[in-house]
Write a protein that binds this ligand. Sequence first.
Ligand code: ADQ
Length: 465
Amino acid sequence: MADGYSFVVVANRLPVDRTTDEHGETQWTRSPGGLVSALEPIVRSSGGAWVGWTGAPDDDTGPVQIDGIHLRPVPLSAEDVDRYYEGQSNSTVWPLFHDLVEQPVYRRDWRQAYEEVNRRFAHAAADVAAEGASVWVHDYQLLLVPAMLRRLRPDLRIGFFLHIPFPPVELFMQLPRRAELLRGLLGADLVGFQRPLAAQNFLQLTDRLLGLRPSGDSVVYEDRTVVARAFPISIDITEIDRLAASPEVQEAAGRLRSELGGDRRMLLGVDRLDYTKGIEQRVEAFGELLSEGAVSSDEVVLVQVATPSRMRVAQYQQLRERVEREVGRINGEFGEVGTMPVHYLFQNRSREELVALYLATDVMLVTPLRDGMNLVAKEFVAARRDALGALVLSEFTGAAAELDEAFLTNPHDVEDLKRAILAALASPPADRTTRMRTMRARIQSHDVDQWAREFLDALGVPVHQ
Ligand code: ADQ
């Protein structure tokens, strides 16, 4: 269509949150997060469109133009949310792609809803894209969209980026209708992953399931070349640096420190409350260190901030109960009036507050059992302009490949987690500073804006900003 948009982003969510003001008027505010801040300027400068769900079930909002971006909502009924989003996306694909750290649930009605909703997204994208436009599809909720879109619009250039890990061949083989999902991705010209191993897994599968012959980083499918490559995502370094330099944020960090008890060393975890993030293992390790007397609650405090996430999914509710029970047990056993060993906040926090927490902490604990990248680790490093603070980082995060001067750990092994926490607490300041400087140098040369440009460059999309 001649009057469509030349660049289109397709993601489960639109880059805005809708609120209603005191006069009952609808207001849209930009959602927080690196992906939105990286893509929004590109979409805006190219006069582009963004296709996604508003986040509210049964919402029939029509297209809107906000800050130079055409937003095209895809409606989801409450039942779609249940089956496509909470079901197939978050109870089947999510656990399977995270190496089965929870058991995936396989249901035919969820798969069917997933296919229907993916088709709806593909039609919406086909509808807004101009002749020869470039379309960038995101993440595990939309694995079928590239092929559906190609069928509707063979003239388009289609890119896909997976934010989560892509599993090894033997795990992917568990998925019902696995070949169809693979063909879904093969509808793209470029399939991007966080890590090179994920791209290799994908290419191997094209051989195993479809008998294709991948060569190097590409494979020929239906007379087209599909390239699969790693594009490790990053963060908005300028934003974190600006916040970390702000006197208000620094004061807030100072206040936090004194409120937590002056000279106690602070351990910090910041995550969505998700079973992939290793929150339980981290709390358990800390509890054992207390009970063995390796640390004492006079000397060390753990602050865990957990954002409520997917709370309608049973596995997430159960996780919340287990974490809260364990925190309660540790505080009951090792706390004193006024000095609790664990401060647990089941809350969303503003960017300012997060950065103040990063600045206040001695040891940051990022211990996922599996994680595509993990932006919290990178945000912590970017915030530490003082080059102080230690990072305990799981080997099973994508970030570990870039941040290997962290205190690396295997969180599946609680003994190893305890060892890493103690090593980070005991490391001399000069050692921590050397490690932090090296990590900062590494991430500073690659921020999220560059990540987006590299992907779009490989897709052949001109980016003017
Ligand atoms: P997530 O699983 O959500 O992302 P992560 O990469 O850590 O994980 O990003 C979380 C973001 O939410 C960070 O920017 C963090 O600051 C913010 N956040 C976390 N807890 C918060 C809280 N309590 N309050 C406010 N903000 C909070 C998925 C993949 C990752 C991949 C990213 C990007 O699972 O592996 O790194 O996408 O591709």
